[in-house]
Design a protein around this ligand. Structure first.
Ligand code: UDP
Length: 400
C-alpha cells in the first residue's frame, strides 16, 4: 500500500512536470517561433536592397580622374547628334541664336552681346571660359542661362548650351552651371547673395561634417527647400505624418504668395547646407530643373536619397545608384520603405554615404569643372563648319 501510494505520488509529480513542460512549451514556443520568423522576415525584407548595393558596388570601378574622364560619357552623349550630322553649320547656329546669350571667342578674346538677363549667371559662366581662353580656338556659342533647357527632341537639334536637361526630352548640350563660381540662387536670409563659390562651400560643409560624425547625427531624413516642384510634396506629407522618420518642410522662395505655396502650412525657417549634416539621410529632388543642392549634400557624409533620375547636370551620370546614393522613385512610393531599410542597415548605408562623399571630394573639384569646360568647348569648336566674324557691337569680356 505504501509502495502504491509512493508510486501514485511519483506519477502525479511526473504528470505535473510533464504538464508544466508542455505548458512551458506551448507558452514559449509560439513566441520563440514568432521571434525567429520575425527575425527572418526582417532580414529577408532588406535582402533585396542589400543585394542591389552589393551588385552595384561589385560592378563599379572608380573613374580615372585625369582629363576629367569621369564625365566623358556625357560629352559623347550630348554631341552624338552633331557627330552624326558631322558638323554644326552657320544655319544651325543662326537658328539657335534666340535661345540664349551669344558669345564669340576670337584670337583668345571673349566677346558677348550686351544684354544678359542674369548678369551674375553670365559672369559665373565667363569666369570658367576666361580661365581657359589661351587654349581655345575661335568659335561662337549660344549659352542659355535660364533654368529651363531650350531645345525639345521634338524639334530639330540646335546647338544650345544649358546647365541641365532631361536627355530623353532635350537636345541641349550640358555645361557646368554658373553656380560653381557665382550667381547661385539667393536664399534669404541664409544666402542673401547666392549659394556662393563651390570651392568655399566644399570647405565649409566638409568642416561641418567633421562636427557631425555618423554616431552623432540624428537618425532621420531631412529636407529644406521651396516648392519649386510638386514632386517634393509626398516627402513633406510623410514628414507631417511621421515626424520621427522625416523632417521635410517647405521654405519660401521669391515666388511665395501664401501658405498655399508651402502646402498649406506657414513657411519653415531656412537651414544652411552645412546644418544639413546633422541628419543621416538627405533628400535631393529636381526643382525647376536639376537642383544645385545635390553636390553639396554628399559633403555632409550623410546618405543621399536622390529622387528620380531624369533631370541631370553634367556630373550626375558619374554618380551611381546604390554605390553613391540611394535612388528613390519619382512618386516617392518607396521612400518610407527605403528609410526603414536605412535605419535597420546602418553599416551598409553609411558606406553609401562614404562612397558618395569620396566621389565628390575626388572628382568634382573646381579644377574638374574647368577641365570639363575645356573639353566641352574644344570638342564643340571642332564641329563648327564656319569661322566667326566679330560683331562690332559686342563688348569684350575681361573678367574681374
Ligand atoms: N536651400 C538651403 N536651405 C533652405 C532652403 C534652400 O540650403 O532652407 C538651398 C537649397 O539647397 C538649394 C537652394 O537653396 O541649393 C534653392 O533651393 P530651393 O528648394 O528653393 O530650389 P531648388 O533649386 O532646389 O529647386
Amino acid at each position: 500500500m505504501v509502495i502504491l501510494n509512493v508510486l501514485m505520488h511519483k506519477s502525479i509529480i511526473l504528470n505535473f512536470l510533464l504538464i508544466f513542460q508542455i505548458s512551458k512549451y506551448t507558452c514559449e514556443s509560439p513566441n520563440k517561433a514568432n521571434h525567429e520568423k520575425q527575425k527572418y522576415t526582417r532580414a529577408s525584407q532588406w535582402t533585396h536592397y542589400l543585394e542591389l548595393i552589393d551588385g552595384a558596388v561589385s560592378k563599379y570601378e572608380d573613374c580615372y580622374n585625369e582629363g576629367c574622364a569621369c564625365f566623358a560619357s556625357v560629352l559623347s552623349d550630348d554631341f552624338a547628334v552633331w557627330h552624326q550630322r558631322e558638323q554644326v553649320t552657320q544655319d544651325d547656329f543662326n537658328a539657335a541664336r534666340s535661345y540664349g546669350v551669344h558669345y564669340q571667342i576670337i584670337n583668345h578674346k571673349l566677346y558677348r552681346q550686351d544684354d544678359c538677363m542674369f548678369p551674375f549667371r553670365c559672369s559665373g559662366v565667363e569666369h570658367f571660359i576666361l580661365e581657359i581662353m589661351s587654349e581655345l580656338p575661335d568659335m561662337e556659342i549660344i549659352i542659355n542661362v535660364k533654368d529651363w533647357p531650350q531645345v525639345s527632341l521634338h524639334q530639330k537639334p540646335l546647338p544650345v548650351f544649358s546647365f541641365s536637361k532631361v536627355p530623353d526630352h532635350h537636345w541641349d548640350i550640358m555645361y557646368p552651371a554658373w553656380t560653381f563660381w557665382e550667381g547661385g540662387p539667393a536664399v534669404w536670409p541664409i544666402y542673401p547673395t547666392g549659394l556662393g563659390r563651390w570651392d568655399l562651400q566644399r570647405d565649409i560643409i566638409t568642416r561641418a561634417a567633421e562636427e557631425w560624425p555618423w554616431d552623432k547625427k540624428e537618425d532621420k531624413a531631412f529636407f529644406r527647400g521651396s516648392r519649386t516642384s510638386a514632386e517634393r510634396d509626398p516627402l513633406v506629407l510623410l514628414s507631417r505624418r511621421e515626424p520621427d522618420l522625416v523632417d521635410a518642410q517647405y521654405t519660401k522662395n521669391q515666388a511665395w504668395k501664401s501658405d498655399e505655396d508651402t502646402l498649406y502650412r506657414p513657411p519653415a525657417t531656412e537651414v544652411k547646407l552645412e546644418e544639413h549634416c546633422k541628419y543621416r539621410y538627405l533628400f535631393n529632388f529636381r526643382g525647376v530643373a536639376a537642383s544645385f543642392r545635390y553636390k553639396h549634400l554628399f559633403l555632409c557624409n550623410s546618405t543621399v536619397f536622390n529622387v528620380g533620375n531624369d533631370w541631370l547636370e553634367f556630373f550626375y551620370p558619374a554618380l551611381k545608384p546604390w554605390v553613391h546614393y540611394i535612388p528613390v522613385k519619382p512618386d516617392l512610393s518607396d521612400a518610407r520603405d527605403l528609410l526603414l531599410f536605412a535605419k535597420h542597415n546602418q553599416e551598409a548605408v553609411k558606406k553609401v554615404a562614404d562612397r558618395g562623399r569620396q566621389f565628390i571630394i575626388d572628382h568634382l573639384r573646381l579644377e574638374d569643372v574647368s577641365c570639363y569646360w575645356k573639353l566641352l568647348l574644344q570638342k564643340y569648336a571642332k564641329l563648327l563648319s564656319f569661322k566667326p566674324t566679330l560683331n562690332n557691337n559686342y563688348k569684350q569680356i575681361k573678367g574681374s
